[in-house]
Design a protein around this ligand. Structure first.
Ligand SMILES: O=C(CO)COP(=O)(O)O
Ligand SMILES: O=C[C@H](O)COP(=O)(O)O
Ligand SMILES: [Zn+2]
Ligand SMILES: [Zn+2]
Length: 326
């Protein structure tokens, strides 16, 4: 029996994005694979009064099981209420990088409130057709759909693209019109993973392409993937405590701050969270080698993740304080 996300207390992205567009901020889209990550995300967003999109990737479905993650998200709705004095916050459960129609359908039937169909690697007409098919099914249940045009450099579901293929502004209007998508992920120089650029590079996201896209589809919600900033203090803690991360830098937070004020309504961050958790865990292992209770290292990892995401909401995305916007 199919379950509606509405019965689980989840929301789709429609209202979130309309408010983010009007308020010139971006909704955080944070990936989760386990309970500690979910707790950290919910605590951070409750404490900063931010709406949130919980993302489930292909890797997460393989690691933790799609059904279990869906139930965790359902629990998160109740958990958010409990720790916020009953108010709760708007929570969307989103499939990240949905590979095909079947996966999207399975998530929709299970109670996800939003899905991404990532047809960006397909030829244009096939991307349009596959995305259109997902939209037709999703909209029957008021589930919102994110499509993608352009290919990000970096690792994505085990596929490594060496170079960016920037989104072509000439294609966006046709794509949005013919597919009926609710939001569009674009490639303007961000990339997945912790190894985005080398130290000394001065990476700039192509805000000029973003502006050109905004001109073609005014007021349409845009999504940025690959938006981790690879905080250097975290890389340092990891490497000082036995880690062997290569030197790398990410997307400057100033650029993400600028993008958040534009039509960019959703910003995806995963790698920075992984770095925060790993730094905290390595520190415990190094400083207290006799410790063997997982709560003693997962607890600090959870706290570090929460602090990182609180800071992102307040200082980078600007979503803090917008959970109860009218
Ligand atoms: O785009 C992402 C998830 O879809 C995450 O990007 P990062 O690897 O930059 O955190
Ligand atoms: O898009 C990439 C996300 O960071 C998810 O990565 P993952 O498939 O390893 O969970
Ligand atoms: Zn993609
Ligand atoms: Zn992504």
């Amino acid at each position: 029996m199919a379950v509606s996300y509405k019965d689980l207390g989840l929301v789709n992205t429609r209202e979130m994005f309309a408010k983010a567009m009007k308020g010139h901020y971006a909704i955080p889209a944070y990936n989760f694979n386990n309970m500690e990550q979910l707790q950290a995300i919910i605590q951070a967003c409750v404490e900063t009064e931010s709406p949130v999109i919980l993302q489930v990737s292909k890797g997460a479905r393989e690691y933790a099981n799609q059904t279990l993650l869906r139930y965790l998200a359902q629990g998160a709705v109740e958990y958010a209420k409990e720790i916020s004095g009953g108010k709760g916050i708007p929570i969307c459960l989103h499939l990240d990088h949905g590979p095909d129609f079947e996966t999207c359908k399975s998530c929709i039937d299970m109670g996800f409130s939003s899905v991404m169909i990532d047809g960006s690697h397909l030829p244009y007409e096939e991307n349009v057709a596959e995305t259109r098919k997902v939209v037709e099914y999703a909209h029957k249940f008021d589930v919102t759909v994110e499509g993608e045009l352009g290919v990000l450099a970096g690792v994505e579901d085990d596929v490594k693209a060496e170079h960016h293929t920037y989104t072509q502004p000439e294609e966006v209007e046709d794509f949005v019109k013919r597919t009926g998508v609710d939001s569009l992920a674009i490639a303007i120089g961000t990339s997945h993973g912790a190894y985005k650029f080398k130290p000394g590079d001065d990476p700039k996201i192509r805000l000029d392409i973003l502006a050109e896209i905004e001109k073609r589809i005014p007021g349409f919600p845009i999504v940025l993937h690959g938006s981790s900033s690879v905080p250097q203090d975290l890389v340092k803690i990891i490497n000082e405590n036995g880690g062997k991360l290569k030197d790398a830098i990410g997307i400057g937070e100033d650029q993400l701050r600028a993008a958040s004020k534009s039509a960019v309504c959703k910003i995806n961050i995963d790698s920075d969270g992984r770095l925060a958790m790993t730094a905290a865990i390595r520190k415990v292992f190094n400083e207290k080698p006799a410790e063997f209770d997982p709560r003693k290292y997962l607890g600090p990892a959870r706290t570090a993740l929460k602090e990182l995401y609180k800071r992102k909401n307040v200082e980078v995305l600007g979503s803090a304080g917008h959970a109860y916007d009218k």
